[in-house]
Ligand binder design. Structure first.
Ligand code: FAD
Length: 314
């Protein structure tokens, strides 16, 4: 079922989850174990992230240096297929612009449709050190709004090549947003205008970057509604579990952490997970009271903590 249908039909609060494929060379077991923990909570859908390639330099036996590109975490499509078909949980496959040609994207979307996957999150991605070589007969999507356009074209049976009697590929499309502004945007207003481009291109719903102060989400929703964005805006949450995350989370995700949360964890770092869980639970309470369409958890390695929080709302 499509994410948007889940939202429309929901009678109780919805909780969705985002999981990450294992690194290349690792087993899918950890992912499956995490889903075993989430499955009893009846997730309406689970997102599976996608990862661009990285460039690295390898010294060969003759001493020469070889440039190599490698996708560190392949498996998005396969994991979506496992969750959808073995666990009967709807999935959202993340699809990136960067690192993929439009031709490769079309092929991936065809694979997803064969696996019965009806949802994608259209993202630009971040691969600052990797520029894919694009042949003359290939094309690329520069921004997520271009990718949304490509996916929505397929909903109208419009493939990159003109095909006779092509059947449409009908996906529900989500896009990303940033209550504290995308790090490249000059200001929040311009960022919201760019978000509106994604919705105008056909995005059905929006998921936010993680935030730790609900007021930022409330203000952001207001700003989006004032800009004429009417689709559901799903808040994204993460549970903090260690004092080291007080530095890594703001650095990696370009967000602020509230002073009260930072002070509390610094005062008793050994209780970071307990403090982080309590903070998230409070956020969920307020967000549900506000009437959010769903709460989306960035699970990463925190599946037990996330499951405990969600259980307390069931
Ligand atoms: P865009 O919407 O394309 O925006 C990127 C920047 O360009 C913004 O500053 C925007 O204001 C600006 N912009 C947008 N359109 C235009 C335009 N037409 N003209 C000029 N400027 C424009 N990354 C991954 O690699 N894999 C994942 O699975 C993944 N999942 C994510 C899930 C969520 C919910 C979120 C919030 C982020 C995720 N990311 C993921 C990170 C994401 O790829 C980065 O944040 C990336 O920098 C921006 O992606 P975007 O889709 O928001 O880009």
């Amino acid at each position: 079922m499509k994410v948007i249908e889940h939202i429309i039909k929901a009678r109780d609060p919805l909780f969705s989850y985002e999981i990450v494929p294992p690194p290349r060379g690792h087993s899918i077991k950890d992912v499956v174990d995490a889903v075993e923990i989430l499955a009893p909570l009846n997730p309406p859908w689970i997102d599976v992230t996608s990862h661009g390639s990285t460039v690295y330099f390898q010294e060969k036996s003759d001493g020469s240096i070889q440039k190599r590109t490698l996708k560190k975490r392949p498996g998005t499509l396969g994991i979506c297929g496992v969750l959808q078909n073995r666990f009967k949980i709807d999935t959202v496959a993340h699809v990136l612009c960067l690192g993929f040609t439009r031709e490769e994207t079309e092929d991936a979307l065809i694979e997803l449709s064969y696996l019965g996957i009806e949802n994608v999150l259209a993202l630009r991605g971040d691969t600052p050190n990797f520029k894919k070589t694009v042949r003359n007969d290939q094309t690329i999507n520069n921004y997520a709004c271009d990718l949304v356009g490509q996916i929505k074209d397929l909903s109208n049976g419009k493939f990159l090549d003109e095909l006779d009697e092509a059947l449409p590929l009908d996906f529900c499309v989500g896009v990303a947003s940033y209550p504290e502004k995308h790090f490249e945007a000059a200001n929040l207003k311009l960022d919201v205008q760019n978000l509106k481009r994604k919705v105008s291109a056909g995005a059905d719903y929006i998921v936010t970057q993680m935030f730790f102060e609900n007021q930022k989400y409330f203000d952001f929703v207001k700003e989006c509604r004032a800009a004429g964005i009417t689709v559901p805006i799903i808040p994204g949450l993460k549970v903090l579990k260690s004092a080291t995350q007080l530095k890594s989370v703001p650095k990696n995700f370009y967000i602020d952490l509230p002073t009260a949360l930072v002070d509390e964890i610094n005062a008793s770092p050994e209780h970071a997970l307990e403090i982080g869980s309590r903070w998230s639970r409070k956020q969920v309470e307020e967000l549900l009271a506000f009437g959010v369409p769903s709460v989306h958890f960035y699970v990463l390695n925190d599946v037990h903590a996330v499951a405990e929080i969600v259980k307390s709302f069931k």
